[in-house]
Write a protein that binds this ligand. Structure first.
Ligand SMILES: C[S@@+](CC[C@H](N)C(=O)[O-])C[C@H]1O[C@@H](n2cnc3c(N)ncnc32)[C@H](O)[C@@H]1O
Length: 400
């Protein structure tokens, strides 16, 4: 398990106040889910016309005024996942507005897609795409952690997919709609749920700020936001409960954080001015949506549902996500690795010799073979045309 996921699990430990413990329970998955039992599928591939088996969305009809999301690194994604002359089934785990899915369908007539998203708006876009490609698109509404249930319902088993795509983070439709509560520049309710109102149990960012204790908030800001002023901000945000009314809008939070780190000039990777509350917003968003646990689980699911030699493409947008992807691809699971296996293997030959060859093979076996020597970054041209691509990092790997 990765450092960041371990950190996240640590937030659920004995340090938590009862209020925050309750929040975590409300948060959805707090433990990693177990995978379905190991079963190989021979033939019996999915009939894409079985629409009656699909779950239906519970809210949020499509809003045609919402700006569509511009997909990032499309050529690279197609290079790994689209092969003109081959019939393949690809799982798009993060459908969004379907930019990548659409390109895959256009690039190779043999491609069929299962399209997942937790956002009912994205799901309705996937249904629209299904209207256009009735036999090639199957929309699913849910989180990564719902996938085993959704796929079991469809009788999809281990090793089914030829390719899996995950394009992480929030979509422009979510980010640019002030009512969703992700925006710093426009006022809206402090919400940040990618699922919208679909899950009445899911906490909002305002719920977090009105209940969380100071130490837990400090950890959230420090680890999820990588915020250097985490201690000061956590104290002030908790104290603000007693001084003002509850923090309920994005502007209230953004203004309060700005006033606390006043005078400090913050910039993004392109050297452009960054709002002082950017990291606070990132931290809350990750917590509200349980993003790192979801990602960790999605990496395990990818290994399970890809066939041998199937291809995973993962695009991440900040170092916490990329670290999780990278560690899975490298087969590093620090929780499982015996302390005796360090970098200087020769030094530990005596300790190592206590393991049988089979045990050593299973301990050191890598589940993935990387398809790129280094992480792949977007071209300057792409970043100039779409500044949101600037922090994208793509990794692709073959399931061994
Ligand atoms: C960056 S957008 C994907 C954009 C998409 N590739 C496109 O071209 O339109 C990420 C999407 O992933 C979805 N998402 C993020 N985490 C998820 C999770 N744990 N389960 C399901 N969907 C998730 C979000 O709701 C969002 O719509």
């Amino acid at each position: 398990m990765t450092f960041h996921v371990a950190t996240c699990a640590g937030l659920g430990g004995r340090h938590l106040s009862s209020a925050f413990r309750k929040l975590r329970t409300l948060c959805g998955i707090t433990e990693l889910h177990s995978l379905p039992s190991r079963r190989y599928s021979e033939g019996g591939r999915l009939d894409f016309m079985e629409r009656n088996q699909l779950p239906s969305p519970t809210s949020a009809p499509a809003d045609p005024s919402t700006a569509p999301h511009v997909p990032v690194m499309v050529e690279e994604v197609l290079g790994f996942l689209a092969q003109k002359d081959k019939s393949r089934v690809i799982l798009d785990l993060t459908f969004g507005s379907g930019g990548h899915s659409r390109k895959l369908l256009e690039a190779s007539p043999g491609v069929r897609l299962v399209c997942l998203d937790r956002d009912p708006l994205a799901y309705s876009f996937a249904q629209d795409l299904q209207q256009q490609y009735p036999r090639r698109v199957l929309p699913l509404l849910g989180r990564f952690s719902d996938l085993p249930t959704l796929l079991t319902r469809l009788k999809i088993e281990q090793g089914f997919f030829d390719g899996i795509l995950m394009d992480l983070g929030v979509s422009s439709m979510q980010f640019d709609t002030s009512a969703r509560g992700f925006m710093l520049s426009q006022d809206g309710p402090l919400d940040m749920r990618m699922d919208g109102a679909r899950d009445p149990e899911q906490i909002t960012a305002a719920n977090v700020l009105s209940h969380v204790d100071e130490d837990s908030l400090y950890k959230v800001l420090k680890y999820y936001g990588e915020e250097s002023h985490a201690r000061i901000l956590a104290r002030a945000l908790v104290e603000s409960r007693y001084l003002f009314q509850r923090l309920e809008s994005t502007k209230e939070l953004a203004n309060l954080v700005s006033s606390l780190v006043e005078g400090e000039r913050r910039t993004d990777r392109l050297g452009r001015h960054a709002h002082p509350a950017t990291k606070t917003f990132q931290a809350l968003r990750i917590l509200v949506n349980n993003e790192l646990n979801e990602l960790d689980y999605a990496m395990r699911l990818s290994q399970y549902y890809l066939r041998p030699s199937g291809v995973l493409v993962a695009i991440s947008f900040h170092s916490l996500e990329d670290t999780i992807v990278k560690r899975h691809l490298q087969g590093v699971d620090l929780d499982q690795t015996p302390a005796t296996i360090g970098l200087g293997v020769a030094k530990h030959r005596t300790a190592l010799s206590t393991y049988s060859k089979t045990e050593m093979d299973s301990l050191t076996a890598k589940p993935w073979k990387s398809l790129t020597k280094h992480v792949v970054l977007p071209s300057e041209l792409e970043v100039a045309a779409n500044p949101r691509a600037r922090s994208a990092k793509l990794r692709a790997a073959l399931r061994v």
